[in-house]
Design a protein around this ligand. Structure first.
Ligand SMILES: Nc1ncnc2c1ncn2[C@@H]1O[C@H](COP(=O)(O)OP(=O)(O)OP(=O)(O)O)[C@@H](O)[C@H]1O
Ligand SMILES: [Mg+2]
Length: 273
């Protein structure tokens, strides 16, 4: 079997006396979406910060293509093809689409050929890259990023990462702030990135979003991998319960949904204190 593009082997992370991650072993494979699930404070963001060179593991190893590597900085991670898209796309609202596409891209080997900023060309390349991902409403590279919808911004950031040769795409809650339609769009783009052979690490709190794109799932509970399973191995209810740390949330959720369906969409009243 081919080595995973990115792997963590027995990774622990402490901040001073606080142990945040315990003995994390995970594989991130080409052409697969790994969904990282877990409740607030479970350690998801800390884990992807280790994958993207922001934090260093206290102990344990990171492997790329089967070889142990260090990722001492975000730049080192990005040079190894690991791209992280933060919430809201990590873009600059007052920049044009063309400019934000090329910002910070130093002309290193295998990357963009632009040593001097060429507005017309930058706009052409950026608009084409975004349109190739199915965002056909974007036609003008001079438009400001701030005028794009949340979903379009996420899509721009993903298209940019793919364009500049990312092999691993890390998305920290890309659909959290989006409406149904925009979230669907982002999910479609995640599928397109996967189809192009990227490995995707996708963090979400929404089980339906995870189930729509995930090939592989890892659930973190208090900094440890509590479950690691493949698509089809668990039901929506089981995943929901795991995400809530093992509590039986799915039945509560179903109860609330049932109540709302029979009460004109109103949620049940809060219990009296
Ligand atoms: N720099 C730090 N120093 C000390 N503790 C930290 C630091 N960063 C994170 N933590 C702690 O580590 C735990 C995990 O945090 P993390 O942000 O990784 O959770 P998360 O799973 O991303 O949560 P959320 O779903 O709310 O985004 C939390 O208890 C947090 O307080
Ligand atoms: Mg987080």
């Amino acid at each position: 079997m081919v080595a995973p593009i990115l792997a963590l082997r027995g990774v622990n992370k402490s901040f001073g006396p606080i142990d945040v991650l315990h003995d994390i072993t995970l594989d991130v494979r080409a052409g697969e979406v790994l969904c990282l699930l877990g409740d607030n404070g479970a350690g998801k963001s800390t884990l992807i910060k280790i994958m993207s060179g922001v934090h260093q593991p206290t102990t344990g190893k990171i492997e790329i293509d089967g070889d142990a590597v260090g990722l001492p900085s975000p730049r080192a991670a990005s040079e190894k093809g690991i791209a992280t898209v933060h919430q809201f796309g990590g873009t600059f609202p007052l920049m044009s689409i063309g400019r934000s596409f090329f910002v910070g891209v130093e002309p290193t080997k295998g990357w963009g050929p632009f040593k001097v900023y060429d507005r017309k060309r930058a706009n052409e390349v950026a608009v084409k890259a975004v349109r190739d991902f199915g965002i056909t409403r974007i036609e003008d590279g001079d438009r400001l990023v701030g005028g794009l919808s949340g979903g379009e911004r996420q899509s721009l950031a993903i298209a940019r990462a793919v364009h500049f040769g990312a092999r691993v795409l890390i998305l920290d809650e890309p659909t959290a702030a989006l409406g149904v339609k925009q979230a669907t769009h982002v999910l479609r783009i995640v599928n397109e990135a996967k189809r192009r052979g990227l490995a995707v690490v996708f963090i979400t709190h929404q089980v339906m979003h995870a189930m729509a794109v995930g090939d592989h799932f890892a659930v973190l509970i208090r900094g440890a991998v509590a479950a690691d399973f493949k698509k089809g191995e668990k039901t929506r209810e089981e995943i929901t319960d795991l995400m809530a740390g093992g509590a039986s949330m799915a039945s509560l959720e179903a109860e609330i949904e049932g109540y709302m369906a029979s009460h004109d969409g109103h949620p049940p009243p809060l219990p009296a204190q």
